[in-house]
Design a protein around this ligand. Structure first.
Ligand code: PLP
Length: 394
């Protein structure tokens, strides 16, 4: 018999993918413009023009053997040095090229990190709501994901609840801020308190790593700051991706950064190289390694997302919805108008609104609206949101 866990994972699509596929069928039936698809987190703005021209420049002017060739397993040394320089210029953490491992995006970064840290039976605490794939990544590495509810209404980490969830098997805490699906940015207070508690466990002899999944770091509005965990806690690892910040999700490029202040940094980095090797995640795409070395500090035009957020939040509040106003990412968390968010998302379909029920994100009573869509679609969808709200008043 072949591996039944893999068969199950490959046969059951995620709720988000199911909804996206439903949307494709529905668009074919009633026309593209008549379906308001808020299901996927696919960036709707292009990569910055200078990044696109740099890509053409590399293709035209670089040695094709190098462009299309293997790099070192952990990524090209000059590329890793460029990333390290940029991190140091922003966060002054003294990181070097040998603390960086190039990956095919945040998903690969997370899989590698989990496989490098976990032994069978280890636990990884995360904060709900959370990206559903975390469960897949942690379980594949032999661990158990332990979700802890965020604070009611704000979805900031509940520090005491996290402390209460720690057991002798806890190996890591996995956070994601700006958060998918709530758009919430974890405040400096929350991060500092969380790190203080992890430090206390560390001093008592239990090392708990803090892993920060950061594909949305650059997508923040109104000057909100996203604390850099290496400045708060030594035993920290960042999983970064250019999928959303540069609108390059299809190119599969990102990295893992290990905090050089951690005493066992070299061993953790070796484990990351080993897990990458065992999973076959070596030599991230070399063309895109070259590209991102030239694109440090650049970000796609996120003003479109900010405008979409503002239009949606204002309209939905006026229709009587309760929303968590997001400071980042491109997701809006909306309280469902009935306790069962699956039933609410199903009812929304009658109005051609495709909203993701938050149950798969580990939270009851909310739906996720991905507003990385055209402003025009947002405007056209507003009457549907209004009609959906009114249908509950009848
Ligand atoms: N983590 C979170 C929270 C995400 O939302 C996503 C993608 O949507 C990923 C990880 C995976 O990102 P990547 O495309 O870089 O693999």
């Amino acid at each position: 018999m072949i591996n039944q866990t893999s068969v199950r994972l490959g046969s059951n699509r995620s709720v988000i993918r199911e909804l996206f596929e439903y949307g494709k069928r529905r668009k074919a039936e009633i026309g593209e413009d008549n379906v308001f698809d808020f299901s996927l987190g696919n960036p709707s703005v292009p990569a910055p023009a200078e990044v696109q021209s740099e890509l053409l420049n590399i293709l035209k002017n670089s040695d094709p053997v190098a462009v299309h060739g293997y790099t070192s397993a952990q990524g090209d040394a000059l590329v890793r040095a460029a990333i390290a320089d940029y991190i140091n210029s922003k966060f002054s953490v003294g990181i070097g090229a040998d603390n960086i491992y190039m990956t095919c995006g945040a998903a690969a970064s997370l899989c590698i990190v989990m496989n490098s840290l976990l032994n069978r039976g280890d636990e990884v605490i995360t904060i709900a709501p959370y990206f559903p794939e975390y469960k897949v990544f942690v379980e594949h590495a032999g661990g158990t994901l332990v979700p802890v509810q965020g604070q009611k209404g704000t979805f900031q980490p509940d520090i005491q609840a996290i402390k209460g969830a720690v057991t002798p098997k806890t190996k890591a805490v996995l956070i994601n801020s700006p958060n998918n699906p709530s758009g919430v940015v974890y405040g400096e207070d929350s991060i500092a308190q969380l790190c203080k508690i992890l430090q206390e466990f560390s001093e008592k002899g239990q090392t708990i790593y803090l892993v920060s999944d950061e594909p949305y770091r650059e997508l923040v509005f109104g000057g909100v700051k996203v604390p850099y965990i290496m400045n708060y806690y030594d035993k920290s690892i960042v999983c970064y991706s250019y999928s959303k910040s540069l609108s390059l999700p299809g190119e599969r490029i990102g990295y893992i950064a290990v905090n050089p202040a951690m005493s066992e940094c070299a061993e953790v980095y070796a484990a990351i190289c080993g897990a990458g090797r065992a999973l076959g995640y070596v030599c991230a795409p070399s063309l895109f390694q070259m590209l991102i070395a030239k694109a440090q500090g650049k970000t796609a035009d996120i003003s479109v997302y900010e405008r979409n957020r503002d239009v949606l939040v204002k309209a939905l509040l006026s229709y009587g919805y309760t929303v968590v106003k997001p400071d980042g990412a491109f997701y809006l968390f909306v309280q469902s108008l009935e306790p069962d968010s699956d039933a609410f998302a199903e009812r929304a379909k009658q109005f051609e609104l495709l909203l993701v029920s938050a149950k798969s994100f580990g939270v009851e009573g909310y739906v996720r609206v991905s507003y990385c869509v055209s402003p025009d679609m947002i405007e056209r969808a507003l009457p549907a949101f209004k009609a959906l709200a009114e249908s509950y008043k009848k």
